[in-house]
Design a protein around this ligand. Structure first.
Ligand code: SF4
Ligand code: SF4
Ligand code: FES
Length: 266
């Protein structure tokens, strides 16, 4: 968010520390209300909502809005982000009730065309323990990812040159190579919400990426892992995961392909 333009006496609506000097308000910005789900294990407030008034430009991403809050309204607001360009997968959160990467939500798509007031909500992704504000403990998610052995498994001697693969064979698993491990899919899955022991769609996507790789020899091992009671058969094919994926991966289709591979190897 550019803050080089005009400043004004916006001193409103900080739920944390009160601003003591005029806040930067970029020229052409409109004020929006952002309701943020808060939780701090080190205070007695418990889980609650805080509201902030934030100046917003159509050129902002929602991540800019959060950075504004943290920079000027409440420095205690806690969230993850790194690349700010939809690459690292660290800023998955529930924005207006749906899982999104904050850096990929364009405010021009959110701002009402008729200048009506805008209120947005942001919460942590669901199904993982909240550590603070919008930050969740990702370890259960990565445990499931590690459990499917997301790396090339081969036998025999190391080759002396690269492992050759046809373009057609490479295409077979192209879609699932795009995963950035953001957890938007797994934490939008009702089965995962109800039972965190389900591997979840992201782990299955990353198993798919190697199961269908012609150079890999660990498919049977991974399929055996996913044939488990907490594996692919728990999926109810509700497509929440596909809708949530910021990389446009056909997550449910990948799960169906793994199910089919299991059926044909029985
Ligand atoms: S399709 Fe399967 S994995 Fe995806 S959200 Fe639905 S139940 Fe979960
Ligand atoms: S499949 Fe999509 S939503 Fe799921 S972790 Fe990978 S990139 Fe994120
Ligand atoms: S900050 Fe890296 S994906 Fe959003």
């Amino acid at each position: 968010m550019s803050t080089t333009a005009a400043t004004s006496a916006n001193t409103e609506a900080s739920a944390g520390s009160k601003p003591t000097k005029p806040l930067p308000v970029p020229e052409g910005s409109v004020m929006i209300t952002v309701k943020v789900a808060r939780f701090n294990p080190d205070n007695d407030l418990g889980a609650h909502w805080d509201s902030f008034q934030v100046p917003c430009l159509p050129t902002d991403r929602f991540l800019n809005v959060l950075i504004y809050i943290k920079s000027y309204l409440d420095g205690t607001l806690t969230f993850r982000r790194s690349c700010a360009h939809g690459v690292c997968g660290s800023d998955a959160m529930r924005i207006n009730g749906v899982n999104r990467l904050a850096c990929k939500v364009l405010m021009r798509d959110m701002l009402p065309k008729d200048n009506k007031p805008l209120t947005m909500t942001v919460e942590p992704i669901r199904g993982l323990p909240v550590e603070k504000d919008l930050v969740v403990d990702m370890e259960p998610f990565f445990d499931a990812y590690r459990a499917v052995k997301p790396f090339l498994i081969t036998t025999g001697n190391e080759p002396t040159r690269e492992r050759i693969q046809s373009a057609q064979d490479r295409h077979r698993f192209d879609d699932t190579t795009k995963c950035i491990l953001c957890a938007c899919c797994t934490t939008s899955c009702p089965v995962f919400w109800n039972d965190g022991s389900y591997f979840g769609p992201a782990a299955i996507v990353n198993a798919h990426r190697f199961i269908f790789d012609s150079r890999d020899e660990g498919a049977a091992e991974r399929l055996n892992i996913l044939n488990d009671a907490e594996g692919v058969w728990r999926c109810r094919t509700t497509f929440n995961c596909t809708d949530a994926c910021p990389r446009g991966i056909e997550v449910t289709q990948a799960i169906q392909e793994v199910k089919r591979a299991l059926l044909f190897t029985r």
